[in-house]
Design a binder for this molecule. Structure first.
Ligand SMILES: O=P(O)(O)OC[C@H]1O[C@H](O)[C@H](O)[C@@H](O)[C@@H]1O
Length: 545
């Protein structure tokens, strides 16, 4: 048993959540619920009134946060303590968006200075590319960026660039290659011209198989399209902590942008890993993105727990996972530009909190991170929302929508908003059997038929959701939004006392994949493996060519 589940507050929460009335009743009892259960910070508004909670629930949750020393754990992260204990690393993505005058000392070095130097290098590079002064090997300016990376080195740049499309430099295009599946890079390169294409190889470790393989194929494509080995310097840059390996790989030393081991892959878009974003939206907008995140950092570090947006959201997620048996959490973005955000939050949260032991190695006796999934509204309403409304699983939802659209076309935005708010309302209130019967009045059906259909139309409601609004999707509000989710993830990991910053499961997959590779290549026999793996390997060997 862990200390957490034995604590009095944990057990009080268990008992309390069982007795809580339906949210419909809570709304009837408290007409000011929207005012008291909503908050604003850093350009974001959060309505958390449609949650299974009253003031007592909130008090118990904040008490749990206090007892598990959340405030001092937050401070430890910002101070650069080695909170990633298994990899013996500080966790300082917040330093990437610190103000230039701040000082964050790690091992005797002010890392803010190093961050600023790298940002200055990025700024020079962005100007060179966007002004056209950086020329390709035939003297033409760069028109296409191909970003090669995977995991955090793929999702961050891709999804943030996609989200900030209205801010794109009109003379540039950006393409992202992640998967090692040759189809991905082949299709991406097909329409491109080697003379005007720049490759950014993004890999924190510079040892990820997919990224190395894709970069080698990109080099082959480049050379086979008429360029020479010497031309590589004008067309290939890298972002990595492993400068030596990148140089050895053939990347010109001047074209290497450094990063640091205190930046986790899934928290790296704020570093030079964000170079594709900076190229597409310009360095001023990139800085606005960092500033938005920095504002959220300040809010998270300095606001009392009961008014702290990431804390509130983290506690609600924990409430559903640990006390209502919710196994998943859905993120629904009512903005086409934000359609990739669920996938980004999926890596952020599932790679961080998909853990089974506490920091001291004790096996947990509670659920940790849920499955994060989602998509864009209103599309999902005509598909998986059915399960949200009437399925047997409880799936808490986050609805995210800017109040103003970048494309204010006719009635589109007002309809989008009506759908967003209508969904949260339907999830909360549901439809009672009696209401369904009333709706069937006047239908040409027998009483028995009406009763049966009413049972099918009945919806229990009491399905929780948060609604996050912002005035407009800008680099600043996006920065705040992403940092909000980073810290929301941290809050849960801190209360569970797990390490949210390692990823041993992913590492195992990588090393077994490498072992299988040697067996697929017939260098090594596979007969000592389990019969399924052996069978699959043999089938591939015999039939893949
Ligand atoms: O940037 P790299 O070192 O190539 O790593 C790419 C990715 O590798 C692994 O899958 C990690 O779990 C991710 O967090 C990381 O972003």
């Amino acid at each position: 048993m862990t200390e957490l589940t034995q604590s009095q507050t944990w057990n009080e929460l268990k008992a309390h959540t069982k007795d809580l009335p339906h949210m419909r009743v809570l709304f009837e009892q408290d007409k000011l619920r929207f005012d008291t259960m909503s908050t604003s910070a850093c350009g974001l508004f959060l309505d958390y009134s449609k949650n299974r909670a009253n003031q007592e629930t909130l008090s118990l949750l904040f008490k749990l946060a206090e007892e598990t020393k959340l405030a001092s754990k937050i401070k430890a992260m910002f101070d650069g303590d080695v909170i990633n204990t298994t990899e013996k690393r500080a966790v300082l993505h917040t330093a990437l968006r610190a103000k230039p005058e701040q000082k964050i000392i790690l091992d005797g070095i002010n890392i803010v200075e190093e961050v600023q130097q790298t940002q200055a290098k990025m700024a020079t590079f962005v100007t060179a590319i966007t002004s056209g002064s950086w020329k390709g090997y035939t003297g033409k300016s760069i028109t296409d960026i191909v970003s090669i990376g995977i995991g955090g080195s793929f999702l961050g740049p891709k999804i943030v660039s996609q989200a900030l499309r209205p801010y794109w430099n009109k003379d540039l295009n950006c393409h992202f290659v992640g998967n090692v599946d040759g189809t991905s890079i082949t299709e991406k390169l097909k329409p491109l011209d080697a003379e005007t294409t720049l490759f950014i190889m993004s890999s924190k470790s510079f040892s990820t198989q997919e990224t190395l393989t894709n970069t080698l194929s990109a080099k082959d494509w480049f050379i086979s399209n008429g360029a020479s080995q010497a031309d590589i310097a004008q067309h290939f840059v890298a972002v990595t902590t492993n400068v030596a390996k990148a140089t050895e790989f053939g990347i010109d030393a001047d074209n290497i942008f450094p990063m640091w081991d205190w930046v986790g892959g899934r928290y790296s878009l704020w570093s030079a890993i964000g170079l594709p974003i900076a190229l597409m939206i310009g360095m001023d907008n990139f800085r606005e993105l960092l500033d938005g995140a920095h504002e959220m950092d300040k809010h998270f570090a300095n606001t009392p727990l009961s008014e702290n947006m990431p804390v509130i959201m983290g506690l609600f997620s924990l409430l559903y996972g640990n006390f209502h048996n919710a196994q998943s959490h859905v993120v629904l973005t009512y903005d086409h530009y934000l359609r990739g955000l669920p996938a980004y939050f999926q890596q952020l949260d599932m790679e961080s909190n998909g853990k089974s032991v506490t920091l001291d190695g004790t096996r947990v006796d509670f659920s940790t991170g849920p499955v994060i999934w989602g998509g864009e509204g209103t599309n999902g309403q005509h598909a998986y929302h059915q399960l949200l409304h009437q399925g047997t699983a409880l799936i808490p939802a986050d609805f995210i929508m800017p109040l103003k659209s970048h494309n204010p076309l006719g009635e589109h935005h007002i309809q989008l908003a009506s759908n967003c708010f209508g969904q949260t309302q339907a999830l909360m209130q549901g439809r009672s059997y009696e209401e369904a019967l009333v709706e069937l009045e006047g239908c040409d059906l027998s009483i028995d038929e009406k009763s049966t259909i009413a049972k099918h139309k009945e919806m229990q409601g009491n399905k929780p959701s948060n609604t996050i609004l912002m005035d407009k999707l800008t680099p600043g509000t996006l920065g705040s939004l992403i940092a909000l989710y980073e810290h929301r993830t941290f809050v849960q990991g801190a209360i569970w006392d797990i390490n949210s910053f390692d990823q041993w499961g992913v590492e195992l997959g990588k090393s077994l994949g490498n072992d299988v590779l040697t067996r697929l290549g017939a260098e090594k026999d596979a007969s000592e493996l389990d019969c399924s793996s052996n069978g699959l390997i043999n089938m591939f060997r015999q039939q893949s060519i």
